[in-house]
Design a protein around this ligand. Structure first.
Ligand SMILES: CNc1ncnc2c1ncn2[C@@H]1O[C@H](COP(=O)(O)O)[C@@H](O)[C@H]1O
Length: 427
């Protein structure tokens, strides 16, 4: 219901109440006069009783309706305030696939420029259909120029959502006239160029390993990562991710290469539990990655293991619901996303991210807001989620981490103070 409809409704009820009050006064006068004439007649008392009941019940009815509308108006105002609060927070994005963030308009523009047919998204995305979209996306990004454009657009979209620190992950691919290593250099040079501008967003890179590809490719990717990570000029490369189609490959085959990456100082995040595979979840937990991606189909014991080992979970609400074959609405998020519910209820360490914002047509504000709406988190608790995310970043530089923590937390404190001053402490 829109605010103007509610206001019109309230105005209407006020008018009716005034009329009823006026009518009551008139009726009293009439009744008074009639009473004088009919004072001895029993019919008069019956009439008087019926009229008073009618007047009383209609006044009560409109009074209740007015209260209900007032409540709806307050609820709407509260929601709008929380939404605005979520938008204004400085945010952190920890799980975002670079080419999965490609805007649909850019995808079709690039496909056209390569004389390829346009991509039409399926009416409902599932884990399976999501993996059929990536070949289209990859065929659109053919050159380093295409890659640069996609990278800058990804950064611009995150910055627009008030994200001030983002770890973006991507799988190196050889493009036209360029190698896998040049793919990574292109992304890193876009990040450096971006950092020279006046945006507050600090971009960081995680190199992805695709589990559906041979392990030899994983070694190639990790070799590139270690080389760039150890370069004295490195500022942006922070970690390695194991992802890709979860129905293909197995974690255990990638264990040696991930161990190599870890011993080289890179942080590791692993996609985990996107499909039911309890023994693989155990293997991943034994490895103790620095963060877990999604972690959807875990048992209670596995969840507790992750929590007790303080491994933060990267929750991506819209993507997760679609992966689980559910509708991406508040009710499903609250009742069917067991991992998120447990994270909120048990104060486990977790983050809220977008996964593939282009593919899932979402953004960081929407994802955070969806959690707030589903679990009825007030501004203090929304801010708490972002506050905790500061401790989960892979950024290795202590000073940068301290600046980031200060920026995010000072902003939160200021925003909450303003809210308190405005008297906005009600839930
Ligand atoms: C739905 N959840 C998901 N689960 C697992 N892997 C995913 C994923 N979403 C994306 N990717 C991985 O990221 C690649 C696209 O980005 P880049 O070309 O690397 O930037 C996909 O090919 C897939 O390997």
């Amino acid at each position: 219901m829109s605010l103007s409809t509610i206001n019109t409704g309230l105005g209407f009820i006020n008018t009716i109440n005034a009329h009823i009050a006026l009518a009551s006064t008139k009726w009293c006068t009439i009744l008074h006069k009639t009473a004088a004439k009919l004072v001895h007649k029993r019919r008069f008392f019956f009439l008087l009783g019926s009229l008073s009941t009618l007047l009383l019940s209609s006044t009560l009815f409109f009074h209740n309706l007015k209260n209900k509308l007032l409540l709806t108006r307050n609820k709407k105002a509260l929601r709008d305030r929380r939404k605005a609060f979520t938008r204004s927070l400085y945010k952190i994005e920890l799980h975002c696939h670079l080419t999965g963030s490609l805007r649909l308009s850019t995808l079709n523009e690039l496909l056209k420029s390569h004389n390829l047919p346009p991509y039409t998204p399926p009416p409902t995305l599932t884990l399976k259909s999501c993996f059929t979209a990536f070949p289209h996306i990859h065929s659109a990004i053919k050159t380093v120029q295409n890659l640069s454009r996609v990278t800058f657009e990804c950064l611009a979209d995150l910055s627009y959502a008030n994200v001030i620190y983002a770890e973006i992950r991507t799988t190196p691919r050889a493009l036209l006239n360029s190698t896998k290593s040049e793919y990574i250099e292109t992304v890193l040079s876009c990040f450096s160029e971006w950092s020279l501008g006046d945006s507050k967003l600090l971009p960081r890179l995680i190199i992805s390993v695709d589990r559906s590809k041979p392990v030899s490719e994983a070694y190639e990717n990790v070799k590139i990562a270690v080389e760039k990570f150890n370069h004295p000029s490195n500022k942006c490369l922070v970690g390695i991710d194991l992802g890709g189609d979860p129905t293909k490959g197995s974690f255990i085959d990638f264990l040696p290469v991930l161990t190599l990456a870890r011993t080289s100082g890179l942080k590791i995040t692993v996609h985990c539990g996107e499909i039911i595979n309890p023994s693989e979840i155990d293997e991943i937990l034994n490895f103790r990655p620095d963060r877990l991606g999604h972690f959807l189909t875990c048992t209670d014991e596995q969840f507790e293991r992750a929590r007790d080992n303080e491994i933060p979970i990267e929750v991506c609400p819209t993507s997760n619901l679609l992966t689980l074959g559910l509708n991406s609405d508040s009710v499903s998020l609250k009742t069917r996303h067991g991992t998120l519910r447990k994270c909120i209820e048990t104060a486990a360490s977790f983050s809220i991210s977008t996964d593939d914002p282009g593919l899932f047509r979402t953004n960081p504000v929407r994802e955070l807001w969806s959690v707030s709406k589903a679990f009825e988190l007030d501004e203090w608790r929304i801010a708490g989620v972002v506050w905790d995310m500061v401790d989960q970043v892979f950024e290795g530089n202590r000073k940068t981490r301290a600046y980031l923590a200060r920026d995010v937390r000072v902003r939160i404190k200021k925003m909450l103070r303003v809210l308190e001053e405005e008297g906005g402490t009600e839930k």
